[in-house]
Design a protein around this ligand. Structure first.
Ligand code: SAM
Length: 321
């Protein structure tokens, strides 16, 4: 059964059971249409944990904030929706809690990475190679650099590097060459379909074309929104924000994101025993988190059948010690 038109929340039951355990401050760093936030709020109320609880919902997209604002209306009193980037999580939590006169005791942080179905399906946002739209791809429409700026100003070498590094596309060099050649002959590339046609000309076989298109579009989106850098920052700063036994849950959708989540969580779990051979009895510094899930949780076939976006989702959860 589909619950939400804007964006069906992925792994929602797992998120609720692993994240919502006590009253406190919960941060949904990727509010989107508010699907997960709504589920968290309902769980807080149903389990008698609503007293003293606050949900802070962050998104950098005004359209998402409008949509979520409508959906979460009945929980207005214990919800604060903030336009911002989740990389600023510490400042946002401090400010909102100060304004409300509550302790910033964060019991749960959720990050459901990437873009929402709504953003992808809105042609004018330029996220999809299936829809005619401007080459935009900014989640935050106040930010300065769009995909068109990158596609039309990067030189061939930088384009190839970007497509290879952030799209993991083996044909990165020939695609970059084709983009630059097209620009020389036709002027700036303006639309998603113009770019998609150039990419199509550089891949053969239906499956390969679709993979190549999604890899190149993914690469551009990652660079436009600085996605991997802000992810690293929010993982470190988010862990700092958590109160003892507070949890952080992260859903990633591609290997570049998942690798970062896995690496940062493993680093924060490990104690520092100093240089090898010193034989300390106590570590210099203890790990600050423990794993709630050592292996990532993935969606069931049943969920995937209802919500195909769940197919590539990987959920990792840690707990602050
Ligand atoms: C996958 S959707 C989240 C959907 C949401 N969980 C729901 O149930 O409706 C990701 C959302 O996070 C937002 N987002 C992604 N990166 C962000 C960042 N660095 N800071 C703030 N919002 C971000 C996007 O604009 C998008 O609305």
């Amino acid at each position: 059964m589909t619950l939400y038109n804007y964006h069906e929340p992925v792994l929602a039951l797992e998120i609720i059971s692993l994240l919502v355990r006590k009253p406190g401050v919960y941060v949904d760093g990727t509010l989107g249409g508010g699907g997960h936030s709504l589920a968290i709020l309902r769980a807080l109320f149903e389990s008698g944990c609503s007293e003293g609880s606050l949900l802070i919902g962050i998104d950098q997209d005004d359209a998402a904030l409008r949509e979520a604002g409508g959906r979460l209306k009945e929980y207005d009193a214990c919800t604060a929706l903030v336009k911002g980037n989740f990389e600023d999580i510490e400042g946002i939590v401090e400010r909102v809690c100060f304004e409300r006169g509550i302790q910033p005791k964060v019991m749960g942080i959720l990050l459901d990475l990437g873009v929402s179905s709504f953003q992808i399906d809105t042609a004018e946002r330029g996220f999809s190679y299936l829809r005619q739209g401007p080459l935009d791809m900014r989640m935050d429409r106040d930010s300065a650099v769009s995909a068109a700026d990158i596609v039309n100003t990067y030189d061939e070498k930088d384009l190839a590097r970007l497509i290879y590094r952030y799209g993991e596309e083996p044909r990165s060099r020939s695609i970059a060459r084709a983009i630059v050649l097209y620009r020389l002959n036709n002027g700036p590339i303006k639309g998603t379909q113009e770019l998609a046609d150039i990419i199509r000309g550089n891949a053969t076989g239906r499956d390969k074309i679709i993979k190549t298109l999604s890899r190149v579009f993914q690469a551009l989106r990652i660079v436009v929104n600085g996605e991997l850098d802000v992810l690293r920052r929010v993982l470190y700063d988010g862990i700092e924000c958590l109160d003892g036994h507070g949890r952080m849950a992260v859903i990633s959708y591609h290997s570049l994101e998942d690798r970062i989540v896995k690496t940062v969580f493993a680093e924060k779990e490990k104690s520092d025993w100093g240089p090898k051979g010193v034989g300390l009895r106590e570590p210099l510094e203890r790990g600050s988190v423990s794993f709630v899930t050592r292996k990532p949780i993935v969606a069931t076939e049943q969920e995937i059948a209802l919500n195909p976006r769940a197919r590539s989702a990987k959920l990792r959860v840690i707990e602050k010690i």
